[in-house]
Each structure stands twice: as C-alpha cells, then as structure tokens.
Write a protein that binds this ligand. Structure first.
Ligand SMILES: [Zn+2]
Length: 336
C-alpha cells in the first residue's frame, strides 16, 4: 500500500459502531486496576497476561475477557477504561463512537448497574465537552444467559434510559439464536431504543434473517456469513442494512484464517453497507486504523473503498440526519 493511501486511512473522519468497552482493557490497565482495587489476578505479570491472549475461538476468548473485567469495581474504573479507549479513538480520527457495554458481566459479580453506566457515561460526556467527539452507549444483553435475565437488566436500566441510545445482543452466538430474545427486544422497541444484534459471525445466515425479522434490528453486528446465502445478501443490499464488520477480530477468532481471506471486499462488491470496527481492540490486536490498514494491505482495496467505508460508518450511525450529513460532507472534503 502506498503512503498516500495509508495517510488517508489514518486521517479520514470515521465512526466506530462496534466496540465492546470491556474489550478495550489493555493488560497494563488491568494490572493497574487490580493493584488499585487489591484484586488478585491469575497471571503473574502483564507479559503473562498478554501471552494468554492466544485464544482459538469465541469461547476461549470470552473466558479471558470475563477474567479481565473482574478488576472493574468502582465508577472511576469504568471511567478510566472508557477514557483510555476514547483517547485511542481520537488518535485514529474517530469522530463518533457508539460503545457497547455488558452490564450483566458486572452485575453478576455484584457491581451495581449504576456504577458501570455512570463511569462510562461520564467519560463520553467529557470527550464531547473537551474534544467535540460525539457518541452513545448501547447496552448489550449476554445471549448465553436467559431472556429473563435480560428483562432484569432492562429493569435496572430504566432509571438510566437517558444515558443509552439502544440495545444489542452479544457473547456466544452458537446455540443462542436471536429468537431467544424476541420479547425483550420488542419491549426495548416500545421504549424507543435502537436495536442491534451480533449475527452471522460464528452463527449461520439464518441468525441474520431472524435478527432482522424477529428482533427488528437496525444494524447487524458482524454479519460476514451473509454471503453464504445469496437471497439474504440481496435483501441486505436492497435494504441498505449496515454490517459492522470487525476484521482483526474475525482473524483472531478464526472466522477467516488470514487477512487475505477476509471477505470485506466481497461484501462491498455485493453492494452491502459494510463498516470497519475494532470489536475488542485490546484482545484482537488493534484499534480502528489498525483494522483499516490490515485490510487495505491484504486485500485489493483502493481509495474509493476507503471513501465508501468512511461514508458508510456515518450513514449507519444513530445520529440525526443533519449530523450525518455534516460528517459525510467532511468525509467527502477529505477525499476531494
Ligand atoms: Zn462484538
């Protein structure tokens, strides 16, 4: 890749729409928070923890992800984690970030819902005040838990609905299809919350279809397996349904073997509204621009694809039309 394209990828304005804030915890911060909170970790050093990041699939990743989250106990911990991510995002010229958080990962350990949401929310407010970075918070339900648990989480969220823009569905996909959460998603829709769901990462195309038809989602998180189903692909393209694709995550979790095998270019060629995102950047080897650069180095992607991906990210964001247009105009100016 030539230097001009690399510079453009770094400098172009972009939105991040698929980032689990607990997945931005770097080993150094995990150790610092463990010390501050006197939490005993199973790893003797930062290096040993980093070495343990050699997982092989979604489940082995999730095991270490939940272990890392165990150091988050106080509101300031959630603030520090979010602030660290927002600084990285700012360096990558992420102008708008819609951040996932997993309240059940914390409430199941006895950390109150409000401790988590208030810390994350305060960091987002500070980024807006200090840098003009816009953003929002999306509350995810853990799909390996029951729908009843999801309803309990929604109940806890009720006093904080002004701090969240929507709900999502994450964690182990296989064996936990979208329809398991039909009723709680319907309730969230009645409350005026945006709806998204992970589908078609490890799960089959049918999960994507059910997320659309049963959960009424407005974006598909991942969705890369849609290409196995031509009728579904055609529908996603026709409806302009955004896909929040996470390339380095897909490689690390063996959805694709190598960067060069990723289907990002094929998704764009099929007319799909694909976007690039970092998923769990501390665990998967990179933040936003690392993901862009890895794909543009490995695949036949050119300047026009960069322009398309940057535009798609703002069009797919949960922003009002005026704000979207202002961001898209900035993208166009960057490529002019
Ligand atoms: Zn994800």
């Amino acid at each position: 890749m030539d230097q001009a394209l690399r510079d453009l990828l770094q400098r172009m304005p972009k939105a991040e729409l698929h980032i689990h804030i607990e997945g931005s915890l770097e080993p150094e911060l995990i150790f610092a928070l463990a010390e501050r909170n006197q939490v005993k970790l199973d790893y003797p050093s930062v290096e040993a923890l980093r070495r343990a990041y050699a997982f092989t699939d979604l489940q082995s990743f999730l095991d270490i992800y939940y272990a890392g989250a165990s150091v988050l106990l106080k509101e300031q911990d959630f603030y520090d984690m979010t602030w660290a991510y927002l600084q990285k995002a700012r360096q990558d010229n992420v102008r708008h970030a819609e951040i996932f958080f997993d309240p059940q990962t914390h409430t199941d350990r006895g950390v109150p819902f409000e401790i988590a949401i208030n810390g994350i929310h305060r960091a987002l407010q500070d980024a807006r005040a200090q840098w003009g970075m816009s953003g929002g918070l999306i509350m995810c339900f853990l799909r390996h838990l029951s729908e009843e648990d999801a309803f309990k989480t929604l109940e806890q969220a009720m006093p904080h609905l002004d701090k969240i823009i929507g709900v999502g569905l994450d964690s182990s996909e296989r064996g936990h299809p979208p329809e398991k959460f039909a009723r709680v998603f319907a309730r969230c829709g009645e409350l005026g919350l945006h709806r998204v769901a992970h589908a078609g990462e490890e799960g089959p195309p049918e999960y994507i279809r059910n997320a659309l038809d049963i959960l009424k989602v407005e974006r598909i998180d991942h969705g890369v397996r849609c290409l196995e189903d031509p009728a579904l692909t055609e529908r996603l393209a026709r409806e302009g349904m955004p896909l929040t694709v996470c390339p380095l995550s897909n490689i690390k979790l063996r959805v694709f073997d190598r960067n060069a095998d990723h289907n990002l270019r094929a998704l764009l060629d099929a007319g799909l509204a694909a976007t690039v995102n970092s998923d769990d950047p501390a665990y998967f080897g990179g933040y936003m621009n690392d993901n862009f650069i890895a794909m543009f180095e490995a695949l036949p992607l050119e300047r026009r694809h960069a322009w398309q991906l940057a535009r798609n990210s703002f069009v797919a964001a949960f922003l009002d039309e005026d704000k979207k247009k202002a961001f898209v105009d900035e993208v166009d100016a960057c490529f002019a």
